[in-house]
Design a protein around this ligand. Structure first.
Ligand code: TXA
Ligand code: MG
Length: 349
């Protein structure tokens, strides 16, 4: 068993000498877990092939799934990418710093280890003071995937992260629970139209406001065909899944039908331990002892903030079956559904 990483508490503010220690760790090729506004990231020097290899080892991540390089200023962007079109620049200006990742043609300086062999690199400037200061002090871009073992729900609170990863990294910076709770919107501009490869807090409507148009990649809600060419390798992988068997019950036919379907599943499985993830307003409708609150149906930001922590928590009840209420595919609800569909392994009714 490896030594456990140090935990730095920045919840009440950045501790300067510890920030310096974390930045030194990044510069010397070590792994540092840090908060962003979306989820926590496992960071390493994005310009060092060896440092980045350690991320893949720590996560057990498939080597063909590329990483996001996090930057703290626009100079860094110029260093990493060949060119930024006027439309790409407009999108960047509108949403950075913030929960938007953009895929751009890479310069030679970006190791193929980061991009998993692709000639493009994913770049994001996070809107989180700790993340920005860490990048600034490290003086290098930081490659960082979500802080979780591959396939597991992304890390959004420090307890889950320490339990899962503390023996795999040098330092963990505690910045409190992350605000948004689902990962950044990933886009690529194709033929002057932004294409959403992974939905997030920046919604299609937000992008239309800036770019006039938007497309949502087909694989956002569906499973890519076997061996098909996907625009974003991450789409192929099982993700966000509890160990328990999960079913997603959509709201597409209305709330009453949704409640009825959940109750049908509970009634058909009286000999089993069924756990329900429900919006606050529907909890009282379910005749089982195990109902967890996802947040209000009128506040999808609350549901998005809670969702990964809840997906991790369900396993601790050792349920035979987990039934999850879907949300409307609107606003950040699109991102929530994208994650829930994968968490349930495309098991949807
Ligand atoms: O909010 C976030 O984006 C978080 C925080 C830590 O910033 N990071 C994150 O990283 O979610 P990760 O590695 O879990 O997800 C990155 C996604 C993957 O689906 C990956 O396939 C895609 O971005 N991606 C990365 N580089 C790409 C590229 N060059 N072309 C297409 N997709 C790419
Ligand atoms: Mg991830």
């Amino acid at each position: 068993m490896n030594e456990k990483g140090k935990v730095f508490d920045f919840k009440d503010g950045i501790v300067e000498n510890e920030l310096v220690e974390a930045a030194d760790a990044i510069r010397s090729g070590k792994l540092v877990i840090f908060p962003t506004e979306t989820v926590y990231g496992i960071g390493a020097n994005a310009l060092s092939e060896e440092a980045v290899s350690n991320i893949f080892l720590a996560k057990g991540r498939a080597s063909d799934n590329p990483l996001i390089a996090h930057i703290s200023n626009f100079e860094m962007l110029k260093d990493l990418v060949m060119e930024v079109s006027p439309l790409e620049q407009k999108i960047i200006d509108a949403f950075w710093p913030g929960p938007l990742t953009i895929i751009l043609p890479k310069k030679k300086i970006v190791p193929y280890k980061v991009t998993a062999g692709l000639d493009t690199v994913a770049i994001r400037m996070p809107e989180n003071e700790i993340a920005l200061k860490l990048i600034e002090k490290s003086k290098v871009p930081i490659a960082a995937p979500s802080a979780n073992v591959s396939g597991r729900p992304s890390g959004t609170n420090i307890e889950d992260i320490i339990e899962e990863l503390s023996d795999k990294v040098s330092i963990i910076i505690d910045g409190g629970p992350t605000n948004i709770g689902v990962e950044s919107t990933v886009i690529r501009v194709v033929d002057d139209i932004p294409v959403i490869l992974r939905p997030g807090k920046i919604t299609p409507e937000d992008l239309i406001r800036v770019a006039g148009k938007v497309k949502i990649d087909n694989n956002v809600y569906s499973k890519p065909e076997e061996n098909s060419k996907v625009l974003s390798p991450g789409m192929k992988y099982k993700h966000y899944a509890p160990n328990s068997n999960c079913i997603l019950v959509t709201i597409d036919d209305g709330e009453e039908k949704q409640i009825e379907k959940v109750n049908n599943i509970i009634n058909e499985n009286t000999n089993k331990k069924v756990l329900v993830l429900s919006c606050t307003e529907h909890m009282k409708n379910y005749n089982t002892d195990l109902v967890l609150n996802m947040g209000s149906k009128d506040n999808y930001n609350e549901i998005s903030k809670n969702i990964f922590t809840l997906l991790r928590k369900v396993d601790s009840y050792l349920p035979d079956l987990v039934v999850i209420e879907g949300v409307k595919k609107e606003g950040i609800g699109i991102a929530i559904m994208n994650r829930l569909i994968r968490a349930c392994g495309y098991n949807i009714i």
